[in-house]
Ligand binder design. Structure first.
Ligand code: SIN
Length: 279
């Protein structure tokens, strides 16, 4: 098994079959996952059952409340866009489930149907985002907590998926459940539960304010942190091929599904894993 560090964020792991992992390979993959935040595999042959079995080696599966589920495998969320559809799912920088009190540990995405070109996914390192902050900003955010919410994304209000995109029909639903979800707070800087490294834990999709800070000042700080984290030096663009699998850590990375393949189909299967409270 070889582990190649990628520029910006992540590592590509080759020479391994995810259906036949030895304990030693599993341990090396766990270490790479903790160190790099996102790991990629090529040429895998995972059925839906294999995908679930691989996921369950890591943590219990966390079923997404808002995504349409696979018709035969409720554990698998469908990240789909049909030829005639305009909007994609995940088409902006975000990290999954930060609106939960115990945010998801990670997600495992398997490519099922790909457009001939386009449909890449961007990833960004929140370890690097933190490490490259200037000293004054690090001190400024040291003890702050940020507010995370799902309402404005998945709820019934204005500007939500449900209201403003064609994903809000049969691909993203259960909007009323988002309306009643209680917003949560997490530290702006977390100590990563696996690696022990510090990471910036705010994201443009779900982080809506800074606890105890006036709305305007909180937005200004978040805008600054987001702009810093979006730096190209923190990012890697992953090009999918048949058999590709991406496994990202939601606590140390962001991701963004590019929507540049209109008129073509893209079907991905995602399994998200339970996480823990963040400190
Ligand atoms: C997601 O945000 O989970 C989707 C990523 C992708 O489709 O590339």
């Amino acid at each position: 098994m070889q582990i190649e560090t990628l520029p910006g964020v992540g590592a590509e792991i080759t020479g391994v079959d995810l259906n036949k992992l030895t304990d030693a390979e599993f341990d090396a993959i766990r270490q790479a996952y903790a160190d790099h935040g996102v790991i990629f595999f090529r040429d895998q042959d995972l059925t839906e059952d294999d995908h679930i079995a691989f996921a369950e080696r890591w943590a219990p599966i966390n079923v997404n409340r808002f995504f349409a589920a696979h018709p035969d495998y409720p554990q698998i969320a469908m990240v789909a866009k049909e030829k005639e559809q305009k909007d994609n799912i995940g088409g902006g920088w975000h990290t999954d489930h930060s609106y939960d009190q115990e945010p998801a540990m990670g997600s495992i995405l398997v490519a099922r149907v790909l457009p001939e070109s386009g449909g890449d996914t961007m990833f960004a390192s929140m370890y690097r985002a933190y490490e490259t902050l200037d000293e004054a900003t690090r001190t400024e955010i040291e003890n702050l907590r940020a507010v995370h919410s799902a309402k404005h994304v998945f709820g019934t209000g204005e500007n939500t998926y449900y209201k403003t995109t064609d994903a809000g029909g049969n691909r993203i639903g259960n909007a009323a459940a988002a309306d009643v979800l209680t917003d949560v707070t997490h530290p702006v800087v977390i100590t990563h539960p696996l690696s022990g490294k510090k990471a910036l834990y705010v994201n443009p999709a779900f982080t809506v304010g800074i606890a105890g800070m006036d709305e305007e000042a909180g937005k200004e700080l978040l805008t600054r942190l987001f702009a810093h984290a979006m730096d190209k030096g923190n990012a890697y663009r992953f090009q999918w091929q048949p058999g590709s699998v991406a496994f990202w850590d939601n606590r140390s990375t962001w991701h963004w599904a590019l929507n540049d393949y209109h008129g073509h189909r893209r079907i991905m299967h995602r399994i998200t894993l339970d996480g823990c409270a963040l400190n």
